[in-house]
Design a protein around this ligand. Structure first.
Ligand SMILES: Cc1cc2nc3c(=O)[nH]c(=O)nc-3n(C[C@H](O)[C@H](O)[C@H](O)COP(=O)(O)O)c2cc1C
Length: 173
């Protein structure tokens, strides 16, 4: 799939078939995340691949979104964590760990799309519960996770976005 096609086809999918994604596909998308750029090449993001059905269910509980059927069928998750010291700070005092996580995770999500897999980036969840379930050391922040699998429903390409004329400014705001 051409890069721009991947970008258009990536959507958020919330209902899944029971099939587990193939290991080779999972490894390829993790490799795409590995190659992402980070602050001073610090590479602070870690990925926790979760396929054990009991843990998958516990994670779904820690997400706890409505309606409850949402994500319930996801066969697996990839959870992204980074410590605050795993990235840098810019000249304005902004810590960049969230940015590094976002770049790496978007690489992962786009690679999954290129593999024909469905994802949904999930930013709303109980971080403490997530750390407990996955035995994540204290210093790490759980920044987000994604479902990974084959969607029961197909979706069209992305359309519901602002026009470029609303968000692009040439030379001045
Ligand atoms: C950082 C981030 C966090 C998100 N968190 C959630 C979430 O917790 N639950 C959910 O259902 N969707 C979540 N989404 C999916 C967005 O709602 C979705 O990307 C947006 O509505 C655009 O739809 P599309 O991805 O199908 O193009 C999240 C997306 C991003 C980028």
């Amino acid at each position: 799939m051409d890069f721009y096609e991947v970008v258009r086809k990536r959507r958020s999918f919330r209902f899944y078939k029971p099939d587990m994604p193939e290991k080779e596909r999972i490894e390829r998308i993790l490799e795409a995340a590995r190659l992402a750029p980070t602050w001073a090449n610090m590479q602070g993001v870690h990925y926790i691949v979760v396929q054990d059905p009991e843990k998958v269910k516990a994670i779904w509980n820690a997400i706890g979104q409505r309606p409850p059927e949402k994500f319930e069928s996801a066969p697996m998750y990839i959870v992204g964590v980074i410590s605050e010291k795993g990235s840098g700070m810019n000249a304005n005092g902004e810590k960049y760990y969230g940015v590094d996580f976002g770049i790496c995770f978007e690489h992962l999500i786009l690679a999954a799309t290129a593999e024909g897999l469905a994802t949904c980036w999930i930013g709303y969840f109980n971080e403490e519960k997530m750390k407990e379930i996955l035995e994540i050391p204290k210093k790490y922040r759980v920044m987000g996770l994604t479902t990974l699998g084959y969607s029961t429903k197909s979706k069209g390409e992305v359309t519901d976005r602002k026009a470029l004329s609303e968000i692009v400014h040439w030379e001045k705001f």
